[in-house]
Design a protein around this ligand. Structure first.
Ligand SMILES: [Zn+2]
Length: 182
């Protein structure tokens, strides 16, 4: 396995849509190695998720995992989830504001509105069909990662740019403060 280089904001690969993986290719050594490397890279940098665009590969693959994460101290745990060719459907018009960061936008945080419940249809790393309902933080991470696969970065979704903060100032001035509401 290998820790991969992460593309940062401004790299065009973050702005391109990723191509679907043909189901018969999911089990190939190349895709399996990519998935393993993405998991290792996500864990190395304490990300809550990682999309293939972020490691310079335009395939519709994302990995998600939240263990006790110093980047998201209040986040609930999410088991390791490998997402291939995701289709995300909002299940509610209800949106919630929450802080997000991104390994491609180092040391920054901003408040992003997301649907509080989504349906996720995708393949897992064995090519099996997955169809699940995700809520709250898990739904947020799914929306963040699938945005990447469509060339969208969370900063595009920030409604109030005044929340965009460097991590030190976020810790000092925002953390623990009630999240701004409309
Ligand atoms: Zn990201």
């Amino acid at each position: 396995m290998a820790i991969l280089k992460v593309a940062r904001l401004g790299h065009p690969v973050l702005r391109e849509p990723a191509r679907p993986v043909p189901p018969e290719e999911v089990g190939s050594p190349e895709i399996q190695r990519l998935i393993d490397d993405m998991i290792e890279t996500m864990r190395e940098y304490d990300g809550a998720g990682l999309a293939a665009n972020q490691v310079h590969t335009l395939r519709q693959i994302a990995v998600i995992e939240v263990q006790k994460n110093p980047r998201y101290p209040d986040a609930p745990e999410v088991p390791l989830t490998v997402v291939v060719n995701p289709v995300v459907t909002p299940l509610t018009d209800e949106m919630a504001d929450g802080w997000e960061g991104c390994l491609s936008v180092p040391d920054m945080r901003g408040v992003v509105p997301r649907h509080t419940a989504v349906r996720l249809e995708c393949l897992d790393r064995d090519g099996r069909r997955v169809d699940l309902v995700a809520k709250d933080f898990f739904a947020r991470v799914i929306q963040h990662e699938t945005d990447h696969l469509n060339g969208i970065v969370y900063v595009d979704r920030i409604r109030d740019m005044r929340t965009l903060s460097h991590i030190a100032e976020w810790n000092r001035y925002w953390l623990g403060i009630r999240e701004p509401s409309d």
